[in-house]
Design a protein around this ligand. Structure first.
Ligand SMILES: Cc1cc2nc3c(=O)[nH]c(=O)nc-3n(C[C@H](O)[C@H](O)[C@H](O)COP(=O)(O)OP(=O)(O)OC[C@H]3O[C@@H](n4cnc5c(N)ncnc54)[C@H](O)[C@@H]3O)c2cc1C
Length: 312
């Protein structure tokens, strides 16, 4: 059922569209594919794993369970029986943390740092890492691997674990960045009010995750004000029929193995929905049901309209 959509986009139909190919989306797609339904997995990252359409970004909703995508082949529209949002989370960048000062080079998030090192970009000579999460340790190791001295870890935690062989400066926040073209230092304030300036040419703001909830929000899904991820029930159903959400999109901080576990558990609820279209009438919380394993057996594939993805 491929046809040309209004804005010049090609339209394809698929049983399940998975947006995001991190551990959660990949696990969901693998589990669903194994049941025989057609699954289209897209990820905006160009270097996506095999089986994933890389460089393809979901930009909005054309209709319920129908997404507009943009990729190397141009715009397209995918109409799905069910949509799995596995868009993950991003680290809060310096700007969003309201750290004032100049805008010099040498300021990274943990993810940006790892990407830059992978690309072989020269990083700097002396770094400060902000944060006390696992990714902060990863940043320290990455910096050392790239030959950068880690001058300090700064965290607002009371008693951070001493990891990655760096004694953190606890109960402290970064209050200012210094430098013109290149970072020359960061100002920090301790909780007792004392201030210090740490000399460095690189600062890495790590952790402090924000769920990538834009697509969920645009679908009209209820967002939890605490986690800032979509509200879901035990079957990962959002408040929008046919739209599921998994992984760190839900709370920003799910480790990879937990995200993958959630993805795998999604097959039952998605197959249930494809089979009978049932959805908790009042959204998550109205149903205690967690996707039944009988769904795959009950699914009548013949009843689904399936056609090749990608408009080909
Ligand atoms: C630098 C770094 C190091 C980490 N180290 C560890 C570690 O050592 N151990 C650990 O357990 N966890 C680690 N984590 C956390 C781990 O990456 C997450 O827990 C895990 O990736 C969450 O999986 P996910 O599938 O929910 O989301 P993600 O892995 O974030 O995947 C989401 C995917 O969705 C894609 N996407 C988002 N929006 C769109 C859109 N609109 N259209 C198309 N695609 C979209 C993104 O490109 C991304 O690939 C690290 C994270 C980072 C950033």
């Amino acid at each position: 059922m491929n046809r040309t959509a209004g804005a010049g986009a090609r339209t394809a139909a698929v049983d399940v569209l998975v947006v995001g190919a991190g551990p959660a989306g990949l696990a969901a797609a693998t589990a669903l594919s194994a049941t025989g339904v057609t699954v289209d997995v897209v990820d905006r990252a160009r270097d996506a794993p095999p089986g994933v359409r890389g460089g393809v970004t979901a930009i909005g909703w054309a209709a319920p369970r129908t997404l507009d995508l943009v990729g190397p082949a141009g715009p397209e529209r995918v109409a799905a029986g069910a949509v799995v949002l596995a868009t993950g989370a991003r680290e809060r960048p310096r700007g969003a943390r309201l750290v004032p000062g100049t805008r010099p080079a040498g300021v990274y998030t943990g993810g940006e740092l790892i990407g830059a090192v992978r690309r072989g970009t020269p990083i700097g000579r002396r770094a400060v890492v902000v944060g006390g999460e696992r990714i902060s340790d990863t940043a320290v190791r990455t910096l050392r691997g790239a030959g950068v001295l880690v001058a300090a870890m700064v965290t607002d935690e009371d008693a951070p674990a001493r990891r990655a062989r760096t004694q953190p400066i606890a109960r402290a926040v970064v209050t200012r960045l210094y430098g013109v073209d290149r970072l020359s230092g960061v100002g920090i304030r301790l909780r007792d009010g004392r201030t210090r300036t740490l000399s460095c040419d690189t600062v890495v703001f790590t952790g402090d995750w924000i769920p990538e909830h834009e697509l969920a929000r645009r679908a009209g899904a209820a967002i939890d004000p605490g986690t800032r991820g979509p509200v879901v029930d035990g079957g990962h159903r959002t408040t929008v029929p046919g739209v599921f959400a998994v992984g760190s999109l839900l709370n920003g901080s799910d480790p990879a193995n937990s995200a993958a576990r959630q993805g795998r558990s999604l097959a039952g609820p998605v197959l249930d929905y494809l089979a009978d279209g049932a959805w908790p009438p009042d959204g998550p919380g109205a149903s205690a049901s967690i996707g039944s394993s009988s769904a795959a057996d009950q699914l009548k594939l013949g009843a689904l309209r399936v056609s090749p993805v990608n408009g080909s």
